[in-house]
Design a protein around this ligand. Structure first.
Ligand code: H2U
Ligand code: ZN
Length: 348
């Protein structure tokens, strides 16, 4: 497809989610009289006595946080999953009303004792400490025979529903593989069976050759606005070597992951000179006891902002009832993320 063809509505295929996305580049021209969200500013509060994640503070249920100095991990006081929830009573129920037991664990991981920091503002060495903690958590939780999948994710900013600005992520370990990674497993397996190669290794090569959607990279990781991006400034961070999970990372890959996360979030912040909101998370090998040679480690960033720090994209209307749609092309989004400074604007 030539560059001019991108100017007209067309649809693109996402082979990981087996889903089409409608691209309507001209629609950003339309006037906006809808909601304008307050922009997410930066905090200069390093310790907040009312924050339930700051060191030495009290959490729900009277738990006291230690005076932690780097990362701090605890079981979520409002866990969505419990290790010992019993099977629901289903005998005699109509066939269409299915339910299953779902045991699991939910943890919260604080990245740093400083309440004001974000990944973009943290020192790379401290982000490496977070990466090491993720690896340990993934290893520990996936060794549990009742756990089939470990989802590590971060909700950043009030716009994405984060309940607290203190830098943290969540870890949900579940008895079943959730729908998104289950779909990606199926897609990667089917691709490997058909082509004899890895879907994301082949995609990585395609993007490296094309160059137009690359945002940033280092020796071990590549960040691109994927061909099939749904969110305006969505990025996909791909391991350059075929590796299924963090558990297999070398020291160089751990350090490089810390680096690419800082690079990506810095560019996000620089785009609208704001603390850029997003949901991000890692997709990696399920721990369901099966061989998963098809799995290729990656991270998805799903940020909601569209045209400024205050106007977000809504997934409503046609997108809820038909299919996802985007207004700016992935190529122009990548171009904009590439052209902002690589160094954080507040630290110039
Ligand atoms: P989010 O900002 O992504 O919502 O994560 C914060 C989590 O912290 C949330 O899942 C938990 C909430 O249940 N939490 C506690 O475990 N203890 C508390 O005292 C408050 C919040
Ligand atoms: Zn705090």
């Amino acid at each position: 497809m030539s560059d001019t063809a991108y100017q007209f509505p067309h649809r693109r295929y996402n082979p990981l989610r087996q889903q089409w996305v409608l691209i309507s580049p001209h629609r950003t021209q339309r006037p906006w009289q809808g909601e304008v969200n307050p922009s997410s500013g930066f905090s200069d509060v390093h310790y907040d006595p009312t924050c339930y994640l700051c060191p030495c503070n009290e959490r729900a249920g009277g738990h006291l946080n230690p005076n932690y100095e780097n990362v701090f991990i605890f079981d979520n006081d409002y866990a969505a999953l419990l290790p010992d929830s019993p099977a629901p009573q289903t005998s005699g129920m109509p066939e269409l009303l299915r339910a299953e037991q779902e045991r699991g664990r939910c943890r919260v991981l604080c990245f740093h004792p400083d309440h004001s920091l974000t990944v973009a503002l943290m020192e790379e060495q401290d982000i490496l400490g977070v990466v090491n903690a993720w690896v340990e958590q993934y290893k520990e939780l996936s060794a549990n025979p009742e756990i089939r999948h470990v989802q590590i994710f971060e909700n950043r900013g009030a716009m994405m529903g984060a309940s607290n600005p203190h830098p943290h992520c969540q870890i949900w370990a579940t008895e079943h593989v959730p729908d998104e990674p289950a779909l990606e497993t199926e897609s990667q397996k089917a691709y490997k069976a058909e082509h004899g190669s890895c879907l994301l290794c082949d995609y990585l090569k395609t993007e490296t050759d094309a160059k137009t959607r690359i945002v940033c990279e280092n020796d071990e990781f590549l960040a691109v606005v994927p061909w099939w991006a749904v969110w305006p400034f969505e990025t996909l961070v791909l391991a350059k070597k075929h590796v299924g999970s963090m558990a297999e990372f070398s020291d160089a890959q751990r350090a490089a992951l810390a680096n690419i996360l800082k690079q990506t979030t810095t560019r996000y912040d620089n785009l609208f000179e704001t603390s850029f909101p997003y949901t991000m998370g890692f997709h990696q090998t399920p721990c369901d006891g099966e061989e998963h040679g098809e799995w290729h480690f990656h991270a998805h960033y799903y940020p909601p902002l569209l045209r400024s720090a205050t106007v977000r994209k809504f997934m409503v209307g046609f997108e809820m009832l038909g299919m996802p749609q985007r207004d700016i092309t992935p190529e122009s989004a990548a171009d904009r993320l590439r052209s902002v400074a690589a160094v954080h604007f507040t630290k110039k």
